[in-house]
Design a protein around this ligand. Sequence first.
Ligand code: G16
Length: 541
Amino acid sequence: MKTVSTTPFQDQKPGTSGLRKKVPVFQQPNYVENFIQSVFDSLEGFEGQTLVIGGDGRFFNREVIQIAIKMASANGFGRVLVGQGGILSTPAASNVIRKNKAFGGLILSASHNPGGPNEDFGIKYNTGNGGPAPEKVTDAIYARSRVIDTYKICETPDVDLDQIGRVEVGTMDVEIIDSVADYAALMEELFDFAAIKAKIAGGFRLTFDAMHAVTGPYAKEILERRLGAAEGSVKNFVPLEDFGGHHPDPNLVHAKDLYDLMMSDDAPDFGAASDGDGDRNLIIGKGIFVTPSDSLAMLAANAHLAPAYAGGLKGIARSMPTSRAADRVAEKLGVKAYETPTGWKFFGNLLDAGLATICGEESAGTGSDHVREKDGLWAVLLWLNILAVRGESVKAIAEAHWTEYGRNFYARHDYEDVDTQAANGLVAELREKLDRLAGTSVQGMTIAAADDFSYLDPVDGSTSANQGIRILFEGDSRIVYRLSGTGTSGATLRVYIERFEPDAAKHDVPTPEALADLIAAADEIAGIRAKTGRNEPSVIT
Ligand code: G16
């Protein structure tokens, strides 16, 4: 065991979901070691305990896993569990932490961001509940990283990550575990696999795009082997270090092939995709894309059809920018709706305290209290369970939902890689005029209220301020502005636009048309074009 002198880096501040940077940044001497040591230095009581380590298989995954193993040993962990080949999807890692009562876990991923020698990498610490470390922990890690002067590491040969079994590194046990088995078993407990299997055997066709990312082995095992979907139903199932050169981001831009297929005459009944680390999902029925916000609402409304949720939901939580469709479901079910800041970590307390059962975000994440991460395949399986029980198409279920609850038309406009100063200036100017907006009119609509979202955690009483600017219009429409916390170059301005339409006769209008005046208002209020120099968003989801 060695203690190595180091000098701190000043840029190791975890964002919305861990530390994300370009690979060459992580490859600087001591950069990874400093961050991991800062994580360990911010924790107490892990001596002899278990640490879970896994990642999404992207470029640099294996190297960082070797470093993490050697540092965990030198720092006094008693056991490390590592997914075979270094692979653990984010929800699977959360499950392994919970199931083994581990002290915590290191998840190596930059999620939906591209991978490769010049692309993105990330390190995230999850606590013993299986969820992303809360802000007080990430703040402590950042503070430590700014002053750190030594790290501890064992000088031992690399561990063979591909061989399932047990080895020792120093005095610590290293177990290489099957990446898929525990997760697949958990899914089988939650859902009615027999009903889904019968549905598929009856001719129901599905396609799942793993985007050459981590869910390939999970989807192959669950959808094809256990549920009997035809071989080839799971596409791009081999995890690649660079995701085949694509963004493993399951949205209408990066999963366009899937979208085109689902809109074609020969579309299967159900299409889905997941992202780099397996926590996001994209759901497309034959001829209909289901927005993540709608998917959350529809899953919550129908969850009782799956065995795990047959007893009903305790509550429904959504991030603030997510559409309020789920709130209407909560109201009807007579359970509480929670509105949290963006970031899955904010759901952890609600789930641990038994206040919420299902959570979701507009950024294509949905999950439940089965783990403490959002879970792409879980969402796919809950949809399949609902489809099997209801015997209707995705389109029929969506349309019936809108008729019953009204429709929240929704779109997110992203302006990626804009000048950081310009983006900060735009937000600062908006903040400055917030108090004067109520009562004024834009594009013929009256602003009812405007604020900067602040969250008071009902469980631990902590407050998180400045979480996004909300412009609320009379008639229940809304524009939200915030800067992304997951990008790795420049700033990304996200503008979330939502209109509630109770009248079923107007539910067929194309979304851009339904939101046209709000889109114009978003620019008029914030001066997006003038301040960013962009005439249109880079991505619309
Ligand atoms: C992460 C977080 C999510 C968040 C998303 C987008 O997802 O876990 O909670 O909604 O980033 O965050 P932002 O708008 O700040 O970019 P993932 O899938 O990237 O880990």
